[in-house]
Ligand binder design. Structure first.
Ligand code: SUG
Length: 446
C-alpha cells in the first residue's frame, strides 16, 4: 500500500555575494544584466518572503544554506597563493572573471542542486539524492561538494536516505539536477514516472543539438542518475529538449515546462518529439490520467515565455486544484498575463495563480521554480530528516534578522575583491550553520 507523502520544497537562501557577473552564456537574463549593481539584502528578503508565504499556506517549506563565496579554495586551486587576503587581492587584480566565478551566489537556484528520487520509485525504497555536477559552467561546477555535505547533514539517516556523489565532471555527463527532471504521479506516495529531459546525446555527434547555445544536460547523465537511483525502466521517460528552444534561451527544461501530480504544463516547443513524450508518460503513469496543459506559440510566443518565465513557476496542490506560483514578470507581459487569465477560467487542473516578486533572482535567470528543490517525503522520512531547516515563524524571523544584520544593499563587480566582504560572509555563514543546526559544512569551518 502506498504511504502518505508530501512534496517538501527546499529553497536556496540567497547568499551575501549575490551579483550580476554575466556568467551564463545561453541564459538571456544573466547576459543582459551583466555588471548591474545587485542588492543582496533585497534578494535574500524576496526569497524568504516567498518561502514564508508558501509555508503560511501550509506547504512544507525548507531552506538550503548558501555556500561560502568568494571561494578561496577554488582560487588556490587555480594558483593564487599566500594568505586568504593575498589570494583575494591577486585574483581581483589578475583575473576579475575568475574572481566573479568564485564569488557567484548561484547556489540559490536549488532546482540545480541535485536530482531527487522519492522512495516510492527506487529499488531499495530509500530517497535517493545525486548532487548535480553542473559541469557546463565553471562557477556552478564548484557547487556539488558543499551541496552534498548540506544534503547529507539534513537527510542523514541512511535507513531512509541514500546519497551519491556527483557524476564525473565533464561535458559528456553534464548534469543540471532537478531543473531537467519532473515527476508525474497519481499521489506523491505512489510510484511515479520520472521524466528526464536532456539537451543532447554526448556520444552521438550526429544527433540533433542546439547550434547557438550549449546544451547543459546529456542523455548519458540522465541515464546514469536513473541507474544510480534504482529506477525501473517502466517508470522512466527520457525526452530530448527541442534544440530550437535552447537556442532561444531555454537553458533548462524548467524554463519551458513544469509538472506536478498528474499534470504537465508545457509549451508546444518544449520537446523535440512532443507526441512520443506524452505517449511514453501516458503508458507508464498508473493511478491517474495525464493532464497535459499545452501552451501554443500563438497563445504565448516562445520569446515571451522566456522573458516572463511563465513555466518557471511552481505548480502546487491545494484543496481546490493546483496553484501556479508565477514570477511578477508574468503580469508585465501582455500575452502571458492574458493567457493566465484564460488558464484559470477554463476547466483544467490549474485553478489559481499567485504572483511572487523574486526580481533580484530573475535578473540572473532564476524564477520561483529555480529557487526550490522538491523532495517528496513520506511521513517516516519527514520525521527522520533534520528539522532545523524547516521554515517556522520563528526561523523566518531569525533568518530575516540575520539577513538584515549581515547583508549589503549594493554589490558591484569591483566589490568582490573587498577583503571586508570575505570576512562579512564567513561571519554570517558561521552564524547561519548555528541557526540551522547543520554542523560544519563549509571549508573555512573544517
Ligand atoms: O545556471 N544563473 C543561473 C540560473 C539558474 C536557473 N535555474 C533553473 N532554471 N533551474 C544559471 O544560468 C547567472 C550568474 C551571473 O551571471 O552572475 C547564473 O548562474
Amino acid at each position: 500500500m502506498a504511504k502518505h507523502a508530501v512534496e517538501a520544497n527546499f529553497d536556496g537562501l540567497v547568499g551575501p555575494t549575490h551579483n550580476y557577473a554575466g556568467l551564463s552564456w545561453g541564459n538571456v537574463a544573466s547576459k543582459s544584466n551583466i555588471r548591474s549593481v545587485s542588492n543582496p539584502k533585497e534578494a535574500a528578503l524576496q526569497g524568504l518572503a516567498k518561502m514564508k508565504r508558501l509555508a503560511d499556506r501550509g506547504f512544507v517549506q525548507g531552506v538550503l544554506p548558501p555556500h561560502e563565496r568568494p571561494h578561496i579554495p577554488t582560487l588556490r586551486a587555480l594558483g593564487f597563493t599566500g594568505s586568504d587576503r593575498d589570494v583575494l587581492s591577486a585574483a581581483a587584480k589578475q583575473s576579475p572573471s575568475i574572481l566573479a566565478a568564485a564569488s557567484s551566489a548561484s547556489t540559490m537556484w536549488t532546482a540545480n542542486a541535485a536530482t531527487v528520487s522519492p522512495s516510492a520509485d527506487t529499488s531499495d525504497h530509500r530517497v535517493h539524492f545525486t548532487p548535480a555536477n553542473l559541469s557546463a559552467k565553471f562557477h556552478r561546477s564548484i557547487e556539488h561538494v558543499v551541496t552534498g555535505r548540506a544534503l547529507k547533514s539534513i537527510f542523514a539517516d541512511e535507513a531512509w536516505f541514500a546519497h551519491h556523489p556527483a557524476l564525473p565532471s565533464v561535458g559528456q555527463f553534464g548534469d543540471e539536477g532537478a531543473a531537467n527532471h519532473t515527476r508525474l504521479c497519481g499521489g506523491y506516495g505512489e510510484p511515479g514516472v520520472e521524466l528526464f529531459v536532456y539537451g543532447q546525446i554526448a556520444f552521438n555527434e550526429q544527433a540533433p543539438a542546439p547550434k547557438l547555445y550549449p546544451a547543459r544536460q546529456t542523455l548519458e547523465a540522465s541515464q546514469a542518475i536513473a541507474r544510480l537511483h534504482g529506477l525501473k525502466d517502466s517508470h522512466v521517460v527520457f525526452a530530448q529538449q527541442n534544440p530550437a528552444a535552447i537556442d532561444a534561451g531555454v537553458f533548462h527544461n524548467d524554463v519551458i515546462a513544469v509538472g506536478n501530480g498528474n499534470a504537465l504544463f508545457y509549451h508546444e516547443l518544449a520537446f523535440l518529439d512532443e507526441e512520443t513524450v506524452l505517449a511514453d508518460i501516458r503508458s507508464r503513469l498508473t493511478g491517474a490520467k495525464l493532464e497535459a496543459v499545452r501552451v501554443t506559440s500563438e497563445q504565448v510566443p516562445l520569446e515571451d515565455a522566456v522573458a516572463s518565465y511563465l513555466f518557471n513557476s511552481q505548480l502546487l496542490n491545494t484543496p481546490d486544484g493546483m496553484m501556479l506560483a508565477v514570477p511578477g514578470e508574468c503580469r508585465e507581459i501582455e500575452s502571458v498575463s492574458r493567457y493566465l487569465d484564460e488558464l484559470v477560467s477554463d476547466s483544467g487542473p490549474i485553478t489559481s495563480v499567485e504572483v511572487f516578486d523574486v526580481k533580484q533572482s530573475m535578473r540572473n535567470g532564476g524564477g520561483p521554480a529555480c529557487l526550490r528543490l522538491r523532495v517528496v517525503l513520506n511521513d517516516d522520512e519527514l520525521k527522520a530528516m533534520h528539522h532545523g531547516v524547516l521554515l517556522t515563524d520563528a526561523l523566518y524571523e531569525r533568518l530575516t534578522t540575520w539577513v538584515e544584520a549581515h547583508y549589503r544593499e549594493e554589490l558591484s563587480q569591483e566589490d568582490l575583491g573587498d577583503p571586508m566582504l570575505l570576512d562579512e560572509v564567513r561571519k554570517a555563514l558561521d552564524e547561519l550553520t548555528g541557526i540551522l543546526g547543520l554542523g560544519s559544512i563549509y571549508d573555512f569551518q573544517l
